[in-house]
Design a protein around this ligand. Structure first.
Ligand code: PLP
Length: 345
């Protein structure tokens, strides 16, 4: 039986078009800014997101870190949501590399109250760190792929501008936010000074992320990328599938959202299972507590039936849909869960 891998949208395999594009890619030395495929990807990415310039980086984590290093000075503070990816899953790199400290705010489904953000911006005082940056995340991963409303982003950006604090968006899944809300990514990007988005998640490219901002910012970011060891040479080989991703893989995210919705609806109908999040994009958080099963025990049972998901808390299982998962796979998953639980009682 085939594996149904719902652990993450990072498990996607490159498409045939992507492999062909890699094979045919024209390349040069990108540290000399001579790789035509990289230049093409960066121009395309900047145009799509509506910023002056873009930089290809090996991962979303490096993209966020380069952005923080470029925005901040040592001893500053970064305001961000307490379950954000940058705070939770990036190995405290902002403290380790940039020498800045996080100032977390509790969000509601990943959405920070703009007034909490305003209140967290530091006054001038010899005792206080200076606020160097505000980070947002859209869609919000830990909150279950929730879309941060555009009005919330606009409100926070207005406050930030009044206080002269830049805003960075961790937009690893910004295209999911755009497809789900019907709002152009450019509109989301408008309320940010810099944005990072992943090519290697739902868009299916094998490697890489983009940072986009002004020309001036991207030039400084390029130096930070080099310092971190992210200056790559004939990198067009891995940028070529990123171009295919941006040209052909955005609109189909709609399908992933429909599949997540179907999965959530069907699971909700199974006794003693509950879905924790309101499914807006491609993530479903399932609660197993009523079953008297931990997330890990539940995952073990799924695994025996060739279905993979991840643990997102003691009693929370995360499912992520992506283009490697069909509607039939969703129906099979539901049936397997149904059968497992029936057998259990
Ligand atoms: C995956 C992810 C990242 C990091 O991307 P990597 O390429 O895995 O380093 C950053 N932010 C969010 C919200 C993510 O989901």
């Amino acid at each position: 039986m085939e594996l149904i891998d719902l652990r993450s949208d990072t498990v996607t395999q490159p498409t045939k078009d992507m492999r062909n594009a890699m094979y045919q890619a024209e390349v040069g030395d990108d540290v000399y800014e001579e790789d035509p495929t990289i230049l093409k990807l960066e121009k395309l990415a900047a145009d799509i997101i509506g910023k002056e310039a873009a930089l290809f980086v090996p991962s979303g984590t490096q993209g966020n870190q380069v952005a923080i290093l470029t925005h901040c000075k040592q001893g500053e503070e970064v305001i961000l949501e307490e379950h954000s990816h940058i705070f939770s899953y990036e190995g405290a790199t902002m403290s380790a590399f940039a020498g800045v400290q996080p100032h977390t705010i509790r969000g509601e489904r990943g959405v920070m109250d703009p007034e909490d953000v305003r209140a967290s911006i530091r006054d001038v005082d010899i005792h206080f760190p200076e606020t160097g940056l505000i980070c947002l995340e859209n869609t919000h991963n830990r909150a279950g792929g929730s879309v941060i409303p555009i009005d919330n982003m606009r409100h926070i950006y207005t406050i930030a501008q009044n206080e002269n604090v830049p805003v960075h968006l961790d937009g690893a899944r910004i295209f999911n936010a755009s497809i789900a809300s019907g709002i152009d990514v450019k509109t989301f990007a408008k309320y940010t000074d810099s944005i990072q988005f992943c090519l290697s998640k739902g868009l299916g490219a094998p490697v890489g992320s983009i940072i986009a901002s002004t020309y001036e910012f991207i030039e400084r970011a390029r130096k930070w990328r080099k310092r971190l060891g992210g200056g790559m040479r004939q990198a067009g080989i891995i940028a070529a599938p990123g171009i295919v991703a941006l040209e052909t893989m955005i609109d189909r995210l709609e399908e992933d959202h429909a599949h997540a919705n179907l999965l959530a609806k069907e699971l909700q109908n199974i006794k003693r299972l509950s879905v924790e999040n309101e499914v807006e994009t491609n993530i479903v958080l399932l609660n197993t507590k009523e079953l008297d099963l931990t997330a890990n025990e539940f995952l073990q049972m799924l695994k025996q039936h060739n279905v993979l998901a991840t643990s997102f808390g003691p009693f929370t299982v995360r499912f992520v849909t992506h283009y490697g998962v069909s509607r039939e796979d969703i129906i099979s998953t539901v049936k397997i869960i149904h059968d497992i639980l029936h057998f259990q009682v």
